[in-house]
Write a protein that binds this ligand. Structure first.
Ligand SMILES: Cc1ncc(COP(=O)(O)O)c(C=O)c1O
Length: 390
C-alpha cells in the first residue's frame, strides 16, 4: 500500500475527529479514493488491501520511530508469543519473516537445493518456485483443474522419489479458488512422510466457502508448513511481516535460512493489528461485498470467472489480455498481468468502494462493446461459466 504523507495527515485528522479514535475502513476508503481520482492511477493489480493498516497499527508505527535505534529482539519474542497464542500452539512452532515471501524463499532453498524436486500448481504464486530454481531445484508444475483449483489427485500422481516439497497456495493466486481443509488433510496423509507440504494461506481471511479454513492443525505430526502474512487482511504489505507455523525442527531450519529478521515497525504493527478485530472484520466485510458486486457484473456481462476466495477476482476478458489492460489504462485503472496459459484472463484486485465503482463502470463499457462482436475465447472459457448461483 502506498501511504503518502497526505494520507497520514488525513487519517490522523479522521482519528481525532471521531469519539474514541474510531477509524473505519470507510474513512480509509475516502482518503484513498480522493487521492486516486486526482492524480494517480487506480491500482488494482497487486492484491493489496487498500484500507489498512489498522488504526492500532498506525499508532504504533508512528511511536516506534523514536525507538528505531534499538534492535527488535524483545519485540520479536513478544510477537512470537502472541502469534503462538493466536494459533493455539507452542512458540517454538512459529517463525517470523520479512513478509511471508522471505519464508517462501527460505523454504524454496531448503527443499530445492541439489536438484530437489518441488511440485506446484500452474498457475500459482511464483515466489517459492522461482527462488528455488536459483538453487538448482527441479520444478514440476501441475495444471489446475477445470474449476481452476489445485488438482490434488494430479499433484499426488506427480510425486516421485526426488520430490521434497509440494506447494499449495490456498486460496490460489492468481485464480482465487480454494480447496477444503478435509481434502488437504487427506492429501497430506497420502504422501510419504519425508515430503514437506507448504500451505500458503496468505488470502485465507477472505475465504467464505464451506470447509475452506486453516490447516495449521496438521502441523502436529506431518512435515507441514503453514504460511501467513500481515500484507493482506492486515493491510501492511509495505511494512513487511509474515510468519510460518510448523514443527520445531522445521522452524529452526527455516529460521537459519532467512536472510534477516523483521524490523521494529513491522513487528510492533503486526502485534497491534493482530487484536484490532473490529477493523479487520470491517475490511473483510467490505472486500467481500465488493467481490460480490464484481462477480454479479461479470455474470451479467456473460464473462466467465473462477470462484473467488481471496481479495481478487480472476476472469475471462474474452480478448487477449493486452487489449483489456490498455482499455483499462485509458480509464486510469491498472489491472493484473498475464498468467499463462490463461492468455485472455485478468486478475483484478478488490480496491476501495469508489475504486470498484470506477472499475465496474469501465467494465460495463468494455463488456457492452465486446458482447455483440465476440464470445469469450480463453483456453478454458467453455468450462468456466459463472456459477449458477451468481
Ligand atoms: C499467495 C501469496 N503468498 C505470499 C505472498 C507474499 O506476501 P508477503 O507480502 O507476506 O511477502 C503473496 C503476495 O502477493 C501472495 O500472493
Amino acid at each position: 500500500m502506498d501511504l503518502s504523507r497526505r494520507d497520514v495527515l488525513t487519517a490522523s485528522a479522521l482519528l481525532l475527529a471521531r469519539p474514541g479514535g474510531a477509524f473505519s475502513a470507510a474513512a480509509a476508503a475516502t482518503v484513498r479514493s480522493e487521492q486516486a481520482t486526482r492524480t494517480k492511477p487506480i491500482v488494482l493489480c497487486w492484491n493489496e488491501n487498500p484500507y489498512g493498516p489498522s488504526p492500532a497499527a498506525r499508532a504504533v508505527l508512528s511511536s516506534a520511530i523514536a525507538e528505531s535505534c534499538r534492535y527488535p529482539d524483545d519485540d520479536i519474542s513478544r510477537l512470537v508469543a502472541a502469534l503462538a497464542r493466536h494459533e493455539s500452539c507452542a512458540p517454538d512452532r512459529i517463525v517470523t519473516g520479512t513478509g511471508s515471501g522471505e519464508l517462501l524463499r527460505a523454504l524454496g532453498v531448503l527443499h530445492g537445493r541439489d536438484g530437489g524436486e518441488i511440485i506446484a500448481a500452474e498457475p500459482t504464486y511464483a515466489e517459492l518456485p522461482e527462488y528455488a530454481s536459483y538453487s538448482g531445484a527441479a520444478l514440476r508444475f501441475v495444471p489446475v483443474d477445470k474449476q481452476l483449483r489445485h488438482d490434488l489427485p494430479a499433484m499426488r500422481a506427480a510425486v516421485s522419489e526426488r520430490t521434497r516439497a509440494i506447494y499449495i497456495c490456498n486460496p490460489n493466486n492468481p485464480t482465487g479458488t480454494a480447496i477444503g481443509a478435509g481434502a488437504i488433510r487427506a492429501f497430506v496423509e497420502s504422501l510419504p512422510e519425508r515430503i514437506t507440504t507448504i500451505v500458503d494461506e496468505a488470502y485465507l481471511d477472505f475465504a467464505d466457502a464451506a470447509d475452506v479454513r486453516s490447516v495449521a492443525d496438521l502441523v502436529g505430526t506431518r512435515r507441514v508448513v503453514v504460511l501467513r502474512t500481515f500484507s493482506k487482511i492486515h493491510g501492511m504489505a509495505g511494512v513487511r511481516c509474515g510468519y510460518a507455523i510448523t514443527r520445531p525442527d522445521i522452524a529452526t531450519a527455516i529460521a537459519a535460512a532467512r536472510m534477516t529478521t523483521a524490523n521494529i515497525f513491522a513487528v510492533r504493527a503486526a502485534l497491534a493489528s493482530l487484536t484490532d478485530h473490529a477493523y479487520l472484520t470491517d475490511c473483510r466485510r467490505r472486500i467481500l461485498t465488493s467481490r460480490t458486486r464484481i462477480t454479479t457484473e461479470l455474470t451479467r456481462l456473460g464473462l466467465a470467472y473462477a470462484e473467488p476466495q481471496g481479495n481478487f477476482v480472476f476472469f475471462d476478458t474474452g480478448v487477449p489480455l493486452a487489449q483489456f489492460t490498455e482499455f483499462m489504462q485509458r480509464h486510469n485503472i491498472l489491472v493484473g498481468r498475464r498468467f499463462p496459459p490463461y492468455e485472455n484472463w485478468c486478475r483484478i484486485t478488490i480496491g476501495t468502494e469508489p475504486e470498484i465503482d470506477a472499475f465496474l463502470e469501465a467494465l460495463r463499457v468494455f463488456g457492452n462493446r465486446l458482447r455483440p462482436k465476440s464470445q469469450p475465447t480463453g483456453r478454458s472459457a467453455a468450462s468456466h461459466s459463472p456459477p449458477p448461483s451468481m
